[in-house]
Design a binder for this molecule. Structure first.
Ligand code: AMP
Ligand code: MG
Length: 406
């Protein structure tokens, strides 16, 4: 039996960051930059007004006050989108809108609130200093400067900066493409009514959703029967589009454990017993010329989802250039709301409902129990050397993907 840490270490030592690729900025959302990015142009690209108001020579309005306003003729209107270069003579003003280019010579904007809002002539009731309400060229970003560093995770804000800085395609670590294959003669496709002895292939749907939730791209192959030839052909056929393959089922000690049978003959998948519950039978290795990492997860749905969170998600993040800061990654503290037992010698992943930081059992803990799994917000991680948890004990919890906000 190996420990959870040992198994994860072997996985993380094997997987590699996916080679960089150019993507359109929108497709790059959620990806990590593979290069430093320089701005093509400055931001703002031209000096413009930060307010709706009147462009002035500040020197013309130094004496303006509510009791003794300065009156100026309004010689033009400048809207955002105005592309004509204008010049403002002293002793005059132009009405200007937010984001509109400042006329040459003007050095301040008097907000409309500090005037009578006139359109032919305007009463300026407050003075404004040089530079007031003016956005200078390049004050945000200077052309040629590095605006985003390699390794930056691209969210909406970073994508906006790229777009504004004139960059429509960007070199990133692409999302890992993950093929999901479930195995078992008992499986029927989701939407079909299972006959006696059959079950719906919920694992491939669950794992496809988990792949999406972690920011990778899933390809759901669905259920493959427990037939060695069919399974091998399927796996080999999928290698061409896979950065990772996940299988479920067929890795226990049963008579028809096809995944184990097939992958013991090809590739480097090593089948181990990992000291955890649920999820003890685990396999990991590489397959094919391109050494595609293969995870063979157990068939029981809870075991498969726990295994995904503990082993597959960290690997996918690492392949996407998002290494985990440390192990255990992303865990949140909580307090046990009730006592429960845990098997000694195994790291236990207990499905819990989180009420703020209070964790209570989500229901039956059987590894086939989807009802309790669906009620859960997180997995409370009970170390191997703990056999009893008392109410009030501190726990570390791994939030379930997609339930972080619950
Ligand atoms: P196995 O590891 O193939 O022996 O499967 C263990 C248990 O998980 C059995 O009860 C299977 O019916 C169940 N199981 C296997 N694959 C799936 C799947 N794709 N969806 C739901 N349950 C499954
Ligand atoms: Mg099976």
């Amino acid at each position: 039996m190996i420990s959870v840490e040992q198994h994860l270490e072997r996985i993380l030592a094997t997987v590699k960051v996916i080679p960089p690729f150019d993507l359109g900025v929108l497709d790059a959302q959620g990806c990590v930059l593979a290069v430093d990015v320089q701005a093509r142009g400055s931001l703002p690209g031209f000096t413009n007004s930060a307010m709706d108001g009147y462009a002035v020579h500040a020197a013309d309005v130094t004496t303006a006050s509510p009791d003794s306003p300065v009156v100026l003729p309004v010689v033009n209107d400048i809207a955002a989108g105005n592309t004509k270069a204008l010049s403002l003579a002293t002793g005059q003003t132009m009405r200007i809108m937010t984001g509109a280019p400042m006329p040459h010579g003007a050095d301040a904007v008097v907000p409309v609130e500090a005037t009578d809002g006139g359109v032919v002539k305007v009463e300026i009731r407050e003075s404004r200093g040089v530079g007031a309400h003016v956005r200078e060229v390049g004050e945000d970003v200077e052309a040629g400067n590095v605006v985003l560093r390699r390794g930056t995770l691209l969210g909406p804000g970073q994508i906006a900066l790229l777009a504004a800085a004139g960059i429509s395609r960007v070199r990133v670590v692409p999302r890992p493409r993950v093929v999901v294959v479930s195995t078992g003669d008992e499986l029927v496709e989701v939407g079909r009514t299972p006959g006696f002895g059959q079950i719906v292939d919920s694992n491939s749907v669950m794992l496809t959703a988990a792949v999406t939730a972690v920011g990778a791209t899933p390809f759901r192959v669905g259920g493959v029967p427990d037939d060695a030839r069919t399974l091998l052909d399927t796996l080999e056929g999928q290698l061409v589009r896979a950065d990772v393959i996940i299988t479920t089922g067929g890795v226990s000690m049963g008579a028809f454990d096809t995944v184990k049978e097939v992958l013991s003959r090809v590739g480097t998948v090593q089948f181990d017993k990992v000291a955890m519950r649920p999820g003890m039978p685990q396999g990991f290795g590489v397959l094919g010329e391109d050494k595609v990492p293969v995870f063979t997860l157990p068939g029981n749905p809870v075991s498969a989802l726990v295994s995904f969170h503990v082993f597959v998600a960290p690997a996918l993040r690492a392949m996407a250039g998002r290494p985990e800061p440390s192990y255990p990654p992303g865990y949140v503290p909580a307090v046990a709301a009730e006592p429960f037992r845990s098997v000694p010698g195994k790291m236990e992943f207990v499905r819990v409902v989180l009420d703020d930081d209070r964790a209570r059992l989500a229901g039956g803990q059987g590894s086939h129990m989807l009802g309790a799994l669906a009620a859960a917000d997180a997995l409370a991680v009970i170390p191997a050397d703990v056999s009893e948890v008392a109410a009030g004990d501190e726990l570390l919890c791994l939030p379930l993907l997609g339930r972080e906000g619950q």
